[in-house]
Structures are given as C-alpha cells and as structure tokens.
Design a protein around this ligand. Structure first.
Ligand code: MG
Length: 316
C-alpha cells in the first residue's frame, strides 16, 4: 500500500500532467505544496523495540522504512555500554537524522534491579553517564522502562529517592526523566512491619498501597514524569482514564499499545484515552507492538498501527 506522501506526490504529478500542462514551473510549485502538506501530517512516534531484529539487522534501511511508513519521531531501546547496539551514539543519531526521523526519547534501565543503600551511588553514576550520551542523541525524554524490585513500602520510598535523583541529573542537562510501567506496578505492598505469611495469592487484591500510586506520590513532579503504557495499565486491572483524572499533570508521554495491532483487540478505548490525554497536555506518544502473532512481519504490524492512528479522527 502506498503511503500518504506517495499518494500526494502522484496526485500533484497527475494535476500537473492532466490539467496544468507541460510547464516545469507549476510542477515545482505542486511538489512544494505536496511536501508542505505532508509536513503537516500527524506527528506519530514509534518505540523501535517494536521492530526487534528486523531493525537491528540493517539500521539505516530500517530507519528509512520507519520514515516511509509516516512516523516522525522515535523512542530508542537498546542503549547499553554507552552505545546503541554496534554504533557509537553520534553515528546512530546521524543515521536517524539522515532517514528524516527525530529521536525524542530513549528507554534505558540501570544495571541493578534491587536498589539498596549500597548501590544507590552506582545507580546515580550510571544515570550521569547515560545522560551525557543522551545529550549527544538529542533526546527530550529519558525513560526507565523496567520496574525495580519493590516488595514493601520502604522499597518504594528508596526507589522514589533514586528516581528523583535521576530526574535531577537529567534536568540539569535539559532532559526530562520518566518512568514507564508494565502491569506489576498495580500490585499492592504493605510496610515491612505489616507483612504476614498468609498473604492473598492474588497480588492485585492484597492489602496495602498500589505501587504505581506510591511512585506517583513519592516522586517530585518537577523531576519525574510518567510515560503510561496504557495497555499494561489495563493488564494491571486498572483504568488509564482514572489515573489521568487523579494525576492530570503527570502523564505528558504515553505508550500507545494494544494486545497486537492497535485497535484490533477491542479491549482498549483509544478514543477516550486520547481525548483526556490531549486535555491534560499530552506532549508525545509512541506506538509499541510486541511480537506480532499472525503471519506478518513486525514492519507490517508497525505500519498497520500507523494507519490506525493516522485514520482515527480522535488523533490530532
Ligand atoms: Mg510499553
């Protein structure tokens, strides 16, 4: 299927050939108006994790393909050892720039999952180096996508302190630092002193406070934002809209995700999600798709997700 840009290009050529005639000047004018129209297209972002090895095996060609589908921005995944895969960060940025895309965000996890007084300095140091590299990548957002170990309210408190510190380091370099959830953030934890041995088997129905709320309430809104993954919130038996209402300023960035291709499962009400997110000042969102289950490539899945959002009247 041709994308919007190809279609407009053909349309402009057809107009020149069929109506305007043989002059080269209107052809240039039409080309210009076609490209200025496509520049006003919807700005849709992609989390590149969605493409898996289909992107990694040829990054320059893959980035061009992402741009051809119509995406404008990307959120990275795969930063490690101060590189992006086999590439130095500056080289990676050039590849993305050359494809006409913009890196606006990046997912990075610190090297440890269980935070303690013994390793907080190591984590702080990790974020300092990571922020330095992400200044070179030109991101607006730096996001931790993996949940640290949180088994008690005390654990949550320490995690919030580490998050605030990471946010401070990023802020000093002009980058906003955020946290991305899966579903386990919606389980509840009690204080160490309240722990019992007869806990309910269903972690979502235990007593105590919801971890996600502990993180939202325990972090400084000026230092830490939350990139809500709306699909994982639903999988955590919660309603994204209730969170948007309860914490209207904390979700400037979203992961737009469904069980597979967007809009197919029927379990996600994207219209309500976008409406309220825009009202709350949504800055950017990224499409994410796990491994597609049917007989299609990741690129095809990513393209169908773009088409869904591009055709949706509720997406600006
Ligand atoms: Mg996600």
């Amino acid at each position: 299927m041709e994308n919007k840009r190809d279609f407009l290009k053909k349309l402009s050529l057809l107009t020149v050939g069929g109506v305007v005639g043989s002059s080269i000047v209107p052809a240039i004018a039409s080309e210009k108006s076609a490209s200025s129209f496509s520049a006003a297209k919807k700005s849709i972002g992609l989390q590149i994790y969605s493409l898996g090895k289909e992107l990694v095996e040829n990054v320059p060609a893959g980035m061009k393909k992402i741009a051809e589908i119509g995406y404008s921005t990307i959120e990275l995944a795969g930063y490690g050892n101060r590189k992006m895969g086999i590439y130095e960060v500056a080289d990676y940025k050039k590849i993305v720039d050359d494809a006409g895309l913009k890196i606006t965000s990046s997912h990075v996890n610190p090297p440890v999952r269980k935070y303690s007084a013994d390793n907080v300095a190591q984590i702080d140091d990790f974020w300092k180096k990571t922020v330095e590299d992400h200044v070179k990548l030109g991101v607006k957002f730096l996001v931790q996508p993996g949940m640290p170990s949180i088994e008690s309210q005390e654990d949550a408190k320490l995690v919030c302190e580490v998050f605030n510190k990471a946010g401070e380091v990023a802020k000093s370099a002009g980058i906003k630092w955020g946290y991305h959830n899966h579903h386990m953030e919606f389980k509840r934890v009690v204080k160490e002193s309240e722990k019992t041995t007869t806990e309910n088997q269903n972690p979502f129905q235990q007593k105590g406070d919801v971890i996600y709320d502990l993180l939202l309430n325990g972090t400084d809104p000026g230092l830490v934002f939350f990139e809500m993954d709306v699909y994982w919130t639903v999988m955590g038996q919660n309603d994204p809209l209730e969170y948007f209402e309860k914490y209207p300023t904390r979700f400037p960035v979203l992961h737009i995700k469904d069980r597979s291709v967007l809009g197919k499962s029927g379990m996600m009400n994207f219209e309500n999600i976008f409406n309220l997110a825009y009202k709350n000042g949504l800055s950017e969102y990224y499409v994410e798709i796990e491994k597609v289950k049917t007989n299609m490539t990741q690129f095809e899945g990513v393209k169908d997700c773009f088409t869904y959002l591009n055709n949706a009247s509720f997406v600006k």
